[in-house]
Structure formats: structure tokens, C-alpha cells
Design a protein around this ligand. Sequence first.
Ligand SMILES: [Zn+2]
Length: 107
Amino acid sequence: MQDQRTIRERLEGDLRAMLSRHAKISGHLRNEDREIPLDWPEMAQFMENDEVLEALEARTRERMEELSRALHRLDEGTYGTCGSCGNQISAERLDVIPTTPVCADCV
Ligand SMILES: [Zn+2]
């Protein structure tokens, strides 16, 4: 298993990346200076783009929650312990999904 500092750096780096992505997306979504096309096909495209951005924003927010929960577990010293059965989560699994709160048996 990677040492805790490496894990923390990875989680914090991801969280910072998600934060800036989130800021970018929500800034774009709430930009009221955008010119809204009144022509139907363009308006449809415009709304579709917003829906894509909203879905992306929601996913980004979920990722941020997972990351900060994982960092919290690192702080508490419970990182790497399955929140369901209490067994150790395998290093391979943590390497692939560093934010996972449960072992492969409990998914
Ligand atoms: Zn488990």
C-alpha cells in the first residue's frame, strides 16, 4: 500500500482539480452576459449545452464529496478499512479507486 502522505497528496490534488473544474462549470452556467439565441434550433442547442454542463457539475460535486470523505477517513485513521465489514481494503482496489469506502466484497 502507498504511504499515507502519497495518498493524501493524490486525494488533495484531485480535489483541487475538481474545485477548479466546478468553478469553471458553475461560472459558465451562471454567466448572465451570455447571449441567449431566440432562434429555435440554436436555443435548443443552447439548453442542451446547459443540461450537459449541469450533469457535469453534479458529477463533479459528487466526486468532491467522495474525495473529502476519503480525506476525512485519512484524518481519522480509518482510511483503507472497509466501512461495512471492517476488513482491510486491498491495496490494488485502493490504487484504482482511492476514494472507495468499502472493500470489493461489500460493493
Ligand atoms: Zn467489506
